[in-house]
Design a protein around this ligand. Sequence first.
Ligand SMILES: Cc1cc2nc3c(=O)[nH]c(=O)nc-3n(C[C@H](O)[C@H](O)[C@H](O)COP(=O)(O)OP(=O)(O)OC[C@H]3O[C@@H](n4cnc5c(N)ncnc54)[C@H](O)[C@@H]3O)c2cc1C
Length: 475
Amino acid sequence: MGDEQLQRQDTSTVTAQGGAEAIENLVIVGSGPAGYTAAIYAARANLSPLLVTGFQDGGIPGGQLMTTTHVENFPGFPDGILGPDLMDRCKAQALRWGTRLLEADAEAIDLSQRPFRIRAEGRTIRAQAVILATGASANRLQLPNEERYWSRGISACAICDGATPQFRNEELAVVGGGDSACEEAVYLTKYGSHVHLIVRGAQLRASAAMADRVLANPAITVHWRSQVADAGGDDQWMSAITLKDTVDGSTRELPVRGLFYAIGHTPNTRLVKDQLQLNSAGYLITQPGRPETSIEGVYAAGDVADAEWRQGITAAGSGCQAALAAERWLSHHNLAVAVRRDQLEPTAVGEPKRTAISDEANFDPSTLWQKGGYALRKLYHDSPNPLLVVYTSPTCGPCHVLKPQLKRVLEELGGRAQGVEIDIEADQEIAVQAGVTGTPMVQLFCRKELKQQWKGVKQRSEFRQAIEELLAVTA
Ligand SMILES: Cc1cc2nc3c(=O)[nH]c(=O)nc-3n(C[C@H](O)[C@H](O)[C@H](O)COP(=O)(O)OP(=O)(O)OC[C@H]3O[C@@H](n4cnc5c(N)ncnc54)[C@H](O)[C@@H]3O)c2cc1C
């Protein structure tokens, strides 16, 4: 597109401060390593980027690294770092430099007109430039009984759900033959009595080091040339899977209480599939070695355009490229309105604060958010207020996403409701009593009565509405 055509756009109402009439300089869609790195660069270039984090469509805020434990290959962390902690740091760095977040899914993207249009949370956002960093989503097998046993034995995230009581000392299965499948199989030996790895072919696609770890582990049996055909069990929980031999088609039952999917990812390009060039697997096509897509002013970063490397650091690197390219393009066409900083050096973020486990000595009945069985028992029995109990496990990325959302709800309610976090690994008895089948799980109690229960990450408004309804009844 020529300069003239771009500059003919009316930029007289352009402001980067938000508001109904504002045209954003740059909207970044996606909050994985690619999205946050793009945001850090764009924010430091005074573009005041708006980052649409995503919520449920195509993963969770923070992206795929929220579903893993130790990341040992991201430079700068010699002893490794937990995936969710790494993403918390990326987010904090992006915010520190002035990135604005919209915690929602982009529901539609219209690249046919300028400024581009992004619909999210009922708003239409106009943007001069867009970076697509929507990553990739975990594939499912689409078994006949998949819906029935989803979260009742079947899970797409061993790291999130492995610590669930129902999996303890039980036989478990992982399906897949790549690095993720191997990592999950090894991880699950911590909880299950034995792990079966179901592999379609005759060899593992994982790296040699990973494959060796699996093959040498006596707690793992590999079922070669096998496919999962279905899952079975009773109304409560899955108890077996049907394996089909990929050579002769014969079937057999394998009694397992858990089935974990690790069968690859599909790029999240649904919103732009008829607008931008994609390859046959659905990945965005960019100029070779560069972030530009088939439409000028639209850039791709991370796994959404990368079927080959798919690493945190490559995603971050391409996020940097996309932001620099967008900045150059915006300034070349005089389309950006730079913000002026009050403070040249924004305040340091510091280390994240952790909630201490409450006990007799430090328990305070008026504290908004506490942790552990002691606080739960005290508030459950003594407090007249609605009580949100969130069940988490230490390595669960979605739990990491949910906790700040719940804390915000409680803050907004100004102390009229309280929250307690239960780590199901530390408080296994409580998890069993509460019937936890995966994390995160949230229960809302009022005066010793269970009022509502949620599984997985939900919108803040759902929790707030449920508590407000309770407050209205009990007032
Ligand atoms: C189990 C596992 C372990 C891994 N371990 C490692 C490791 O040790 N080291 C390593 O380097 N890499 C690892 N990876 C790979 C790494 O996680 C990815 O390469 C990297 O996260 C890709 O980053 P990304 O920003 O491109 O996308 P993602 O991390 O996939 O993030 C995509 C983002 O887009 C958002 N999104 C999607 N759709 C929408 C929408 N409609 N609107 C708004 N937002 C949307 C999602 O919410 C998410 O925030 C691992 C991956 C997995 C699954």
